[in-house]
Design a protein around this ligand. Structure first.
Ligand SMILES: NC(=O)c1ccc[n+]([C@@H]2O[C@H](COP(=O)([O-])OP(=O)(O)OC[C@H]3O[C@@H](n4cnc5c(N)ncnc54)[C@H](OP(=O)(O)O)[C@@H]3O)[C@@H](O)[C@H]2O)c1
Length: 236
């Protein structure tokens, strides 16, 4: 399958390129702004590297000539990034797909774009742009798209076990980059899996072994509870 990956220099996209280039049946093209960010061992296994900007529809349209499927891991900084990068980028990708008869699209967005999410407040701007991505995709029924809704992404060097669920997060609020990559690559190559997830938002959570140690968050909650108890007994 001829697959083009957008955002292949980011933390999720680089896992997609690394894992994808280990798979026999994929001929992968990476669409990037900075080819020097792709490690040499991965670059040497890619079919092609196209240098372009996803905000430029011409770059995107040309890159999609002859492709059969698309994975997009595009993203931007929550502080100083292009505000509508995800939504404008995906519009250019989908329009390019239409021009070139490419049907299959799997992309990553944030779980904060689920209708009710505690993360929405923190990631408001990015979440709003991901909502625009979803609103746009809902009008693009001619494309077989699926959106993988990631919670907090942890950079990993390999995959583990994970769960997915349509329309909600199936477990914890953490996912490994290689688990995202594994799902995106298997969904885009497996027609039955893609059909099951077409036009759907798919939540994903990685399974992590229970740590016996106190995490910083657990420790902070414990300190807060202790402070409330002490204050109660002191003042009452
Ligand atoms: N990080 C999290 O915890 C988290 C959680 C949930 C969801 N998400 C969402 O999941 C997606 C992937 O996240 P990530 O952390 O893997 O992203 P990331 O590391 O920030 O990578 C973003 C990718 O998009 C590329 N890009 C940005 N602007 C571009 C442009 N104008 N033209 C072409 N490429 C461009 C970047 O290229 P350069 O290398 O050239 O900048 C990079 O390859 C994002 O949409 C993000 O909002 C992230």
């Amino acid at each position: 399958m001829k697959l083009i990956v957008f955002g292949g220099t980011g933390q999720t996209g680089s896992a997609v390129l690394k894992l994808g280039t280990q798979q026999q049946d994929l001929e992968i093209t990476a669409f990037v702004r900075s080819p020097s960010k792709i490690p040499n061992d991965v670059k040497s296994k890619l079919h092609d590297v196209i240098v372009g900007d996803v905000m430029n529809p011409k770059d995107v349209g040309q890159a999609l000539v002859g492709q059969e499927a698309v994975i997009s891991c595009l993203g931007t900084s929550i502080i100083k990034g292009t505000p509508r990068l995800a939504s404008q980028g995906i519009e250019h990708v989908v329009n390019g797909m239409r021009k070139n008869g490419v049907k299959k699209l799997a992309l990553v967005a944030g779980a904060s774009a689920f209708p009710v999410s505690p993360l929405s407040f923190v990631w408001r701007k990015v979440g709003e742009d991901h909502q625009r991505v979803i609103s746009f995709l809902r009008t693009a029924e001619d494309v077989d798209w699926t959106v993988l809704m990631a919670p907090f992404i942890s950079k990993s060097t390999e995959g583990g076990s994970y769960k997915t669920s349509i329309g909600k997060l199936p477990g914890g609020k953490n996912v490994r980059t290689y688990d995202l990559a594994d799902w995106l690559l298997s969904c885009i190559q497996d027609d039955i899996e893609l059909r099951e997830n077409t036009h759907k938002l798919v939540g994903i959570s990685s399974n992590f072994p229970e740590s016996g140690l106190l995490t910083p968050v657990k420790l902070a909650v414990l300190c807060l509870v202790a402070a409330i108890v002490i204050a109660y007994f002191y003042y009452v």
